[in-house]
Write a protein that binds this ligand. Structure first.
Ligand SMILES: [Zn+2]
Length: 510
């Protein structure tokens, strides 16, 4: 029986048709649709033949997407789709694609709970250009992905948890990209890499480890309320990871893209440093899915150095013969004063003594003491100056020994490294209609510093907008997610040169 449209009032039977309400993507469930439609009550006054009309009309109403795929010549159904798209003249293919995606999301059990949130957030979805609208339609599925990642806790220091976090990312990414990643285990830490074609031209860089210990999801549960998404590590950077994977998945051609998701960024990349540098080498650009600074991209990051000062003295009874000891705590206190004075706020250099420990008992002259020092510098020259000064520290007390461990961990991400990519992002953001894209200089380092340090153009902060990284109020602004996914996507398209009929141009025509 051909599925032809009939000329009944179009809304007469659709609202009551359980098949339509539950249809989802009709490609996937045509049999169920037919059974349910046939079971609809027959209006007796029209006779038996009307039941065929009901059946045909229900099929026609629920099969528009299938017909779109099968038969591009059916103009009446194209017109109907345009009407359904809010009265605007919308390209039939785009409507079909969006509706098919929405139906797929409706059918996803994990995404169903976000339907109300999605509608609340959506606003006037048809007002934005096509690419943003496309990612807005995927918002419920994106939220479901983020929930899955956030609820799989992955503190950097817990190797088993990091491995589980990698499994979650592999599952989410594998479902979106259709291919499993390489699992790269270095010093017990699990990293993931997807490579599409060779040579790699664009590296999408992120991390799946967090600073939140296992159990944080009980004290800071995943939640969506008041337009914000909460949960340990949601902002830094599981939401960014989910949107970056989705941005890559939407590319018409992924050749030249490599995605690297590391498991030790929060520790300063002790095991993944070489992997990051080797993977980035030869790429034309690195896009880092770290969280934005509020809503601004991170165009300058300071370089980071980590030191540990160790002092060895001599233990003695603090009451009986303190003069026979060499007090490591006192020696360390002298050194801390010297170290703290190395900072230079005028050029953006901070030298901050942080964790400190000393001694073994309250009535013993401490034989050992140590202190961690965190250094941030805007230029390599400043980083080197502080490094030389740290190496030049000498003990002040007779008998004390001093040892300085560590050194520069990440070079600065200078403005020159991000300038060209940031210009592109601003231009593409304006074309997408997602408001002015701003840039910020921040003190925190990321793995983007490593790629910028070897001269690869790097743009950071392309992940989620929000606030409170590593803090109790960590959250993501949900309404910004579709725009950021769209920006990530069109940046990739342009860098890969697969945008001859770019999504932005599609958006303009809609
Ligand atoms: Zn991060």
């Amino acid at each position: 029986m051909p599925a032809r449209p009939v000329h009944l009032p179009p809304n007469r039977f659709r609202p009551g048709c359980p098949g339509r309400a539950r249809a989802g993507c009709p490609r996937r469930r045509p049999r169920r649709i037919r059974r349910r439609c046939a079971a609809a009550p027959r209006p007796s006054r029209y006779g038996w033949w009307l039941s065929w009309w009901i059946l045909l009309e229900c099929r026609a109403a629920s099969n528009t997407v299938r017909c779109r795929h099968r038969d591009g010549r059916n103009r009446s159904r194209r017109r109907r789709e345009r009407r359904m798209a809010g009265g605007q003249f919308v390209r039939g293919d785009e409507v079909a694609r969006v509706r098919c995606e929405e139906a797929r999301i409706r059918n996803s059990a994990s995404a169903r709970r976000y339907q109300m949130t999605s509608v609340e957030m959506r606003g006037d979805a048809s007002a934005g250009p096509g690419t943003v609208r496309r990612f807005r339609a995927e918002l419920p599925a994106l939220l479901a992905d983020i929930e899955r990642l956030v609820c799989c806790e992955s503190p950097s220091t817990d190797l088993a948890a990091v491995a589980r976090g990698a499994d979650a990312v592999a599952a989410v990414g594998g479902a979106l990209l259709g291919v499993a990643p390489e699992r790269i285990v270095l010093s017990g830490r699990t990293h993931l890499r997807w490579r599409f074609g060779s040579p790699a031209r664009v590296l999408v860089l992120g991390h799946h480890d967090t600073v939140w210990p296992v159990g944080s999801v009980r004290t800071h549960p995943f939640a969506v309320r008041d337009g914000k998404l909460y949960g340990p590590g949601c902002f830094d950077m599981k939401a960014g990871l989910a949107l970056a994977l989705r941005a890559v998945a939407a590319l018409p051609d992924r050749s030249g893209v490599t995605i690297l998701v590391t498991g030790d960024e929060e520790l300063g990349a002790p095991s993944s440093r070489e992997l990051i540098v080797d993977t980035a080498r030869g790429c034309a650009a690195v896009l880092v899915a770290e969280p934005a600074a509020g809503t601004a991209l991170k165009i300058v990051r300071k370089g980071v150095s980590h030191y540990r000062i160790r002092v060895r003295g001599r233990a003695a009874h603090a009451g009986l013969e303190p003069e026979r000891g060499v007090n490591a705590t006192v020696e360390l206190a002298h050194q801390i004063g010297v170290v703290a004075a190395l900072g230079d706020a005028a050029v953006g250099t901070s030298v901050t003594p942080t964790l400190m420990s000393a001694g073994t008992a309250a009535n013993t002259v401490p034989a050992e003491a140590s202190c961690a020092v965190d250094v941030r510098a805007a230029t390599v020259a400043e980083q080197d100056r502080v490094d030389a000064a740290m190496r030049g520290l000498r003990p002040l007390l007779d008998g004390a020994e001093l040892e300085v461990l560590g050194g520069p961990n990440r070079p600065p991400l200078a403005a020159e490294s991000s300038r060209e990519l940031f210009g592109r992002a601003q231009r593409l953001g304006a074309a997408l209609g997602i408001g002015p894209i701003t840039g910020a200089a921040v003190g925190g380092g990321s793995d983007g510093n490593l790629t910028a340090g070897i001269g690869i153009p790097t743009l950071d902060g392309l992940g989620a907008c929000g606030d409170g990284a590593h803090a109790d109020h960590e959250h993501v602004l949900i309404d910004e997610l579709p725009g950021r996914a769209a920006l990530f996507h069109v940046l990739l398209e342009e860098l890969l040169g697969v945008s001859e009929s770019t999504s932005i141009q599609k958006g303009r025509t809609t």
